[in-house]
Write a protein that binds this ligand. Structure first.
Ligand SMILES: CC(C)(COP(=O)(O)OP(=O)(O)OC[C@H]1O[C@@H](n2cnc3c(N)ncnc32)[C@H](O)[C@@H]1OP(=O)(O)O)[C@@H](O)C(=O)NCCC(=O)NCCS
Length: 365
């Protein structure tokens, strides 16, 4: 299913949308739950997101496509879904927007949130009021910890507004992930050289790649890696616990990625002597904006580290990108600032720092 068919708005330029309201006339602002199926409510919510992302990036970087949010905000029975909120006099005239991520079967300890005040309406108290309202919702959901994720682009890295405001709201910096971009394609011969250096360490492993759903024979093993990913990957003090993944959840994840309008490119490492899946790496490419591909999770299980599997899997995915002739020119990846093995690996693949994503967390009374 291509996201194009269901999208009302396609942004080919980076002109921020006109604000729909003037904050001098915001008189009775309150929190509204946004119905992602309602085109007017959703596009008013999305306009604020879009204006904030353009204000932040100040460059013609691709921002989220509407379907990428809508697909995650519609199915309340999904293992994880996004509740969308707006702040303003009415749901169709927001001055700030946000979200709470709800997990159904696991991690009832915390909720991950976003909060963005429309650039034209900042420093008028809306952020403070909305954060309190979102905390109240999180308390209502009986989640003791709330954490806000914020992206900073290269020009504001280390000094975005949240660095001043979030500590005043009682939040502590929990995680700092650095964003790196890899220009694609790579210079001729570079990947071959790296692969021939790394392959001798990994003779006991088979590397397999595909585009789309996981083959049935590997689905159970791949679901298991999804369960242990939050625990095996480095994370902050408030980081997530084990997740409950089975084949049904894996299929739901694959369906959601498709509904977001993205193609999923997966590479796995199979340990030949045991036939066990010991690593995976997911890359997603938007069908609407294929120029920027996003590196999602990469995991090699602890007993199989040190065999260059992370690098070999990433190279295999890049080869797949080439074979599938996707029009990608940049691969973006986020790594915990302290995850040195992954940073070294990305640097070898030509990555350069272009921003960061930070999480602010607090325990709710
Ligand atoms: C951070 C953000 C939500 C703040 O929203 P806001 O509506 O401007 O915040 P408020 O008007 O409620 O300001 C709260 C306090 O922070 C101060 N403040 C806000 N932005 C500031 C900035 N850029 N630099 C210094 N102080 C700032 C205000 O002066 C105010 O202090 P006061 O109570 O002493 O007057 C907004 O800048 C934003 O959307 N940024 C991008 C996304 C983001 O960082 N989200 C934060 C998630 S934790």
């Amino acid at each position: 299913m291509n996201g194009d068919s269901r999208v009302g708005v396609l942004f080919t330029t980076v002109t921020p949308p006109e604000p729909r309201t003037d904050s001098t006339h915001v008189t009775r602002a309150r929190l509204h739950r946004v119905d992602a199926r309602d085109a007017r409510q959703f596009s008013a919510w999305y306009d604020v997101l879009h204006a904030s992302e353009i204000d932040r990036d100040r460059e013609s970087r691709r921002v989220w496509h509407p379907d990428e949010w809508r697909a995650r905000a519609i199915d309340e029975r999904a293992a994880t879904y996004q509740q969308l909120y707006s702040w303003g006099d009415s749901v169709e005239r927001p001055v700030a927007i946000g979200s709470l991520e709800i997990t159904r079967d696991d991690n009832h300890d915390s909720t991950t949130a976003t909060l963005l005040v429309a650039p034209a309406h900042r420093r008028r108290g809306h952020g403070t009021s909305m954060v309190h309202a979102l905390e109240k919702r999180a308390r209502g959901l009986a989640r003791p910890v709330i954490s806000f994720t914020v992206t900073e682009s290269s020009h504001e890295m280390g000094h975005g507004a949240s660095r001043v405001v979030a500590p005043r709201w009682g939040y502590t910096l929990d995680e700092e992930n650095v964003r790196r971009d890899i220009d694609w394609p790579r210079p001729a011969g570079e990947l071959d050289d790296l692969a021939s250096r790394w392959r001798p360490s990994a003779t006991a492993y088979e590397i397999r790649s595909w585009r789309g759903p996981t083959p049935d024979t590997l689905a159970e093993d791949r679901a298991h890696l999804g369960s242990i990913m939050p625990d095996e990957a480095p994370h902050g003090a408030f980081g997530t616990r084990l997740e409950r993944w089975d084949v049904a959840r894996l299929r739901e994840y694959e369906r959601t990625v498709d509904e977001m309008g993205r193609d999923l490119l997966t590479t796995v490492a199979v340990h030949r002597p045991t036939g066990q899946l010991v690593g995976f790496s997911d890359l997603t490419v938007s069908r609407v904006y294929p120029d920027v591909a996003y590196q999602w999770d990469t995991l090699v299980t602890a007993p199989h580290r040190g065999h260059r599997l992370g690098g070999l899997m990433k190279i295999a995915t890049m080869r797949l990108l080439e074979r599938e002739r996707l029009a990608t020119t940049l691969i973006t990846t986020f790594n915990l600032a302290t995850n040195q093995p992954m940073i070294t690996l990305n640097d070898a693949l030509g990555a350069r720092v272009t921003g960061c994503s930070i999480s602010w967390a607090r325990t709710l009374a």
